[in-house]
Design a protein around this ligand. Structure first.
Ligand code: GDD
Ligand code: MG
Length: 502
């Protein structure tokens, strides 16, 4: 990946936010300049080298994107990180074909956890079909796990781990919500992929598998650059989060009869505008924050375990505030917060095309996102030089916007998000013990493991991928057995023995 060089990071106490980098080349070729710049890039916002600023662009070269105003990460470095990346895909009732497209785009080096909150079990788009689809991918060598958010064992495991907050008091199951699904995904990743160092999230309703490939590589590139930057500045440990914004969000416009390539979604536009007031430089508001609502984001596993998480769609905006709160509110329940949190924002080359949602959904997202900021800004007494009066004005304006745009009514407050505790404080050993070893036969109930090769689980014969696949096949219906058989027949056509017979 080649990115524009980010200049002008902004520090806010324990939080360092980098300006948006843009992907300018998906598969760059190393140049002499890249080699020279490899160790010399200014990634922490200290400015360009004198040589860079004096250099004139060559003929036909985009002055904004010449090699010296860009920074590249090459495949070997990306692969090293992709190997250690778990991608969590939260899904609900998306058609299996759509989810399949997303899984198809995730580089096979990455492990995948499909966290489903699908409303039905059977049928061509029920959760059993989602699980079989994932199992099919994993039969080609990928590591994966399927878990249903309503799987009773997952609720019991959280209870055992000391996280009753995530449970719905009436049903005793894990609460509904995207944030809740992601929280479950993090707990599963830590429990079953203990050697993976990064975790990323990709929505299941993405219609462009090629953009999914780019998100994963952009995550890996972002981590690689943050590592270079840390090594250069002698920073030992840093929490890093990579957040994605898109080249565009294509939308059909009934009035023009055309697809319009809008820059930001309706929800992102609003959340970003308030975050830009919060993180403005010396009172000058600009478009510094482009990823307030980034559903597509990734972080170091250490950071994912450390962060408290908000429910539903409040989860992403809250991530901008949480590191500030962690340091501001000393509490026995908050993990040690001495480490810097770096946010890397990356704009992809691909557009983002997903399920079109109605006004009602967007209004709910405004309420959730603004509510997360509104209530928790109270714990942040001063950010970027903004005094308490300015923060109070900002909160008042959020409330006014929500009221004027139907996100709240009358005397209503913005919704206060549920905040789930840092998983560092949870007993994840008990969580895993309760769910059991991978391949231990939960596949009928909403939990399945595929192709796990972790040494820790390889102690008994029943844990081998081969015996596991027997279990999977046994649980399939007649039609599925037929399709599985036909997919196994196909390679024979290409096998050496069949060639000999030709
Ligand atoms: N497991 C699980 N549980 N998944 C869920 C749940 C749930 O309760 N609710 C939603 N999801 C999944 C959906 O199936 C989808 O794959 C993904 O989360 C995003 O949900 P959408 O309903 O498609 O959200 P959106 O497109 O309006 O918003 C997305 O983009 C925003 C930024 O533009 C989300 O990613 C937001 O979180 C993000 O802020
Ligand atoms: Mg969507």
């Amino acid at each position: 990946m080649r990115y524009t060089l980010p200049l002008g990071s902004r520090p806010f106490g324990p939080l360092c936010i980098m300006p948006q980098m843009e992907v300018v080349e998906l598969e760059p070729r190393p140049t002499n300049r890249d080699n020279r710049l490899y160790g010399a890039s200014e990634l922490s916002g200290l400015g360009r080298t004198g040589h860079q600023s004096q250099r004139r662009p060559q003929h036909n070269q985009d002055p904004d994107h010449d090699a010296e105003s860009t920074v590249a990460v090459f495949p070997d470095e990306l692969d090293r990180i992709l190997e250690k990346l778990v991608i969590v895909v939260p899904c609900k009732d998306e058609p299996v074909d759509v989810i399949r497209g997303v899984i198809a785009g995730i580089p096979s080096r990455c492990a995948v956890i499909l966290v489903s909150n699908c409303s039905h079990q059977h049928g061509e788009n029920g959760w059993e079909a989602q699980e079989r689809m994932l199992a099919g991918f994993c039969a080609w060598g990928r590591e994966g796990c399927f878990v249903h958010q309503q799987y009773p064992g997952a609720a019991m495991a959280f209870k055992e781990a000391g996280v009753p907050e995530i449970l719905d008091t009436a049903s005793g199951r894990i609460r509904n919500g995207k944030g809740e699904g992601m929280y479950l995904g993090i707990a599963m990743a830590k429990s079953y992929f203990p050697h993976h160092q990064y975790i990323g999230f990709i929505d299941a309703d993405n219609r462009i598998p090629g953009s999914v490939v780019e998100y994963c590589k952009a995550y890996a590139g972002g981590f690689a650059l943050a590592q270079r930057s840390a090594a250069k500045s002698g920073t030992e440990r840093e929490d890093v989060m990579v957040r994605i914004s898109w080249a565009s969000k294509p939308k059909y416009s009934a009035s023009t009869g055309r697809i319009e390539f809008v820059q930001q979604g309706r929800s992102s536009r609003i959340i970003n505008s308030f975050l830009n007031r919060l993180f403005a430089k010396a009172g000058q508001q600009d478009e510094f924050i482009t990823t307030g609502n980034a559903g597509e984001h990734a972080m170091t596993m250490e950071m994912a375990l450390k962060m408290r998480m908000a429910n539903g769609y409040a989860i992403e905006p809250f991530q901008y505030i949480e590191p500030l709160l962690r340091n501001k509110i000393p509490s026995a329940n908050l993990p040690n917060a001495s480490q810097t949190t770096r946010i890397v924002q990356i704009k992809t080359a691909n557009p983002h095309l997903h399920r079109e949602t109605g006004d009602e959904h967007i209004i709910k997202m405004w309420a959730a996102g603004l509510g997360a900021l509104y209530h928790h800004l109270l714990g942040v007494d001063s950010v970027s030089g903004l005094g308490t009066t300015t923060l109070a004005t900002l909160r008042k304006d959020m409330h006014r916007f929500a009221l004027q745009n139907g996100a709240i009514q009358g005397q209503e407050e913005l919704p206060r998000p549920n905040i789930y505790p840092s998983l560092d404080n949870a007993d994840l050993d008990s969580f895993r013990d309760l769910l059991g070893e991978p391949c231990s036969g939960h596949v009928y109930e909403g939990l399945g493991f595929y192709g796990l090769v972790d040494q820790a689980w390889a102690s008994s014969g029943t844990n081998s991928p081969a015996s596991q696949s027997t279990l999977e096949h046994d649980s399939w219906g007649e039609d599925d057995q037929r399709s599985s058989a036909s997919s196994e027949e196909e390679p024979e056509v290409l096998s050496d023995s069949s060639k000999q017979g030709e």
